[in-house]
Design a protein around this ligand. Structure first.
Ligand code: MSP
Length: 518
């Protein structure tokens, strides 16, 4: 296999259990990984947990635990949720693992060696929820509270090491200007650019160990630990075995760097679009091809909060998956909002989409098609005759889907792919209504025509299922089994094109994929 493809999610804090926001990014990354695996690329998909820093340290203390103990407990919730949601990650990195910590020290050592880091003093504000240094003007504008959590900012005053971020900013601006895909969506890219053009200060990259003992020790100074964001961002390369440090992981997966796409939420864009590429440039490593910042979910029209009772925790996700299915949950998240925009989760909207797109659309199409082939052609896909005018709309919708799917996925336009999948299912359902095969079946002279119609339906619904597969892996497989179209794994270049369904293939009636919900 050639053509590596590397996709990452943020590594999640272990101060608390996972929720819909974490699930969203990880599902989106999983869809990319599954799609490109099916297209024959050599995929690496990384996720993991961010376990150091003041946020975890304080959360553990509040619970009367050691940070490591808390991390060990919470990480299991993430692992379990990813399993439940059919996430196909190839690796899971924890920042407390020796393979990571040793490489973070080596990264910092190299930065020190290159004179990219110097000892200074940090005097200013810190957002402990976001683990972010906040400038005086931003702090003042937000009344000295966190723009994200609303909690009070904390005053820090201590000696600390600084990274020469300011030195790299002009080069970064040039890179962003020359590579429109580097930061996506465009609106976010513009935000980053305009903020960068206002100038950036060097970045404080250490904390005094006596104030925060929970972190990776600075290689050049035992009294300091590495700033949690430098530690965390490094995971994207440490997990690949970069840089070499003389252990068994050296360069293990180095061929995957630079990442093809790094998915994140909009609140952590600055870290990924500015700090991360500048650190990489300072290390003389390539920057990722794309950092894609998605929007945030609210729930039933309001910001998620445990006290409001609208928090979509792992338990609530499990309930939704129990009521519908894991695949329906995955589908809903990617179908409802354009990736990049904010979205609102609502049970009523989910029910409507389910009934509209899935029960009445794809599910109904598959059931009708299989039933008719069983009734009129002894359960074998008929030989099609010459397509005519009636087939045009379905053929057009299929062409639209197959020709644009890869690009849509490449650009993380999941909703566009799903729009096209639904357009094909709808066009085919309309085609059945207008051509009325159940009437033609009564006339032996229409046998060839009937064969053409049912072949067209079977092939269209097969394509619908093939392109739904990265989003709904288990359900699409069940549908494809009914169509006799699972067989040995073949690349998308073959299965994703019109005409791959061989006449004579036996179909089987099966359980409804999407029973209607009232
Ligand atoms: N640990 C850092 C990331 C380090 S990456 C090198 C972190 N962790 S987090 O657990 O707080 O957040 C992880 C992700 O969840 C972020 O991308 C954030 O945008 C996302 N979300 C948190 N709440 C969200 C919603 N309500 N909706 C969608 N995503 C949200 O940040």
């Amino acid at each position: 296999m050639t053509d590596p493809y590397y996709v990452t999610t943020p590594i999640y804090y272990v101060n608390d259990v996972p929720h819909i926001g974490h699930a969203y990014t990880t599902i989106a990354a999983d869809v990319l990984a599954r799609f490109f695996r099916s297209a024959g690329r050599d995929v690496r998909f990384l996720t993991g947990t961010d376990e150091h820093g003041v946020k975890i340290f304080k959360a553990a203390a509040e619970k009367g635990k050691q940070p490591r103990e808390l991390a060990d407990e919470v990480v299991e919730h993430f692992r379990r949720l990813w399993k439940e949601l059919e996430i196909s990650n190839d690796d899971f990195i924890r920042t407390t693992e020796p393979r990571h910590e040793a490489r973070v020290r080596e990264i910092v050592r190299r930065l020190v060696e290159r004179d990219e880091i110097y000892l200074g003093k940090y005097e200013g504000w810190y957002d402990e929820g976001q683990e972010e240094f906040v400038t005086e003007s931003t702090a003042r504008a937000n009344d000295y509270k966190s723009a994200i959590s609303g909690r009070d900012l904390v005053r820090y005053s201590e000696p600390s090491y600084h990274f020469r971020l300011g030195k790299w900013a002009p080069k970064l601006i040039e890179h962003i200007e020359n590579n429109p895909r580097f930061i996506q969506p465009d609106a976010r890219r513009n935000e980053v650019l305009s903020k960068l053009r206002q100038g950036v200060e060097d970045l404080c990259i250490s904390r005094q160990k006596q104030k925060l003992p929970w972190g990776v020790q600075m290689p050049n100074d035992p009294d300091h630990v590495v700033y949690v964001w430098v530690d965390a961002l490094s995971n994207y390369i440490t997990a690949l075995g970069i840089p070499d440090i003389g252990d068994e992981h050296d360069g293990e997966h180095a061929k995957y760097w630079p990442a093809d796409v790094q998915l994140i939420g909009k609140d952590i864009l600055w870290f990924h679009a500015v700090y991360w590429p500048c650190l990489l440039m300072a290390l003389d490593l390539p920057v990722p091809n794309c950092v894609f910042a998605h929007g945030w979910w609210t729930s039933e029209g309001r910001k998620m909060s445990k006290s409001l009772g609208n928090f979509i925790s792992r338990e609530v996700i499990a309930e939704i998956c129990g009521d519908y299915s894991v695949d329906v949950f995955r589908y809903y998240l990617l179908r409802t909002v354009a990736f990049g925009a904010d979205g609102d989760f609502s049970h009523e909207d989910l029910r409507q989409r389910y009934n509209g797109d899935l029960a009445n659309g794809v599910g109904n199409l598959l059931a009708r098609t299989v039933n008719m082939i069983v009734s009129y052609f002894d359960g074998k896909v008929p030989e099609p005759g010459e397509p005519g005018v009636d087939e045009r709309e379905v053929a057009g919708a299929a062409e639209d889907l197959t020709s644009s799917a890869e690009q849509a996925i490449e650009l993380c336009r999941f909703h566009l792919l799903l729009d096209k999948v639904n357009a094909l299912a709808d066009a085919t359902n309309r085609y059945i209504d207008s051509t009325q095969p159940f009437k033609l079946a009564k006339d032996p002279e229409q046998r060839e025509r009937l064969g053409t119609i049912l072949y067209t339906c079977a092939e269209a619904v097969r394509l619908v299922l093939v392109y739904l597969q990265p989003v709904m892996p288990a359900t699409a497989r069940r549908g494809l089994e009914q169509l006799g179209a699972t067989g040995p794994d073949r690349p998308l270049a073959e299965t994703g094109a019109w005409g791959a369904l061989a006449p004579g293939t036996p179909v089987h009636k099966g359980e409804s994929l999407f029973p209607r919900k009232t």
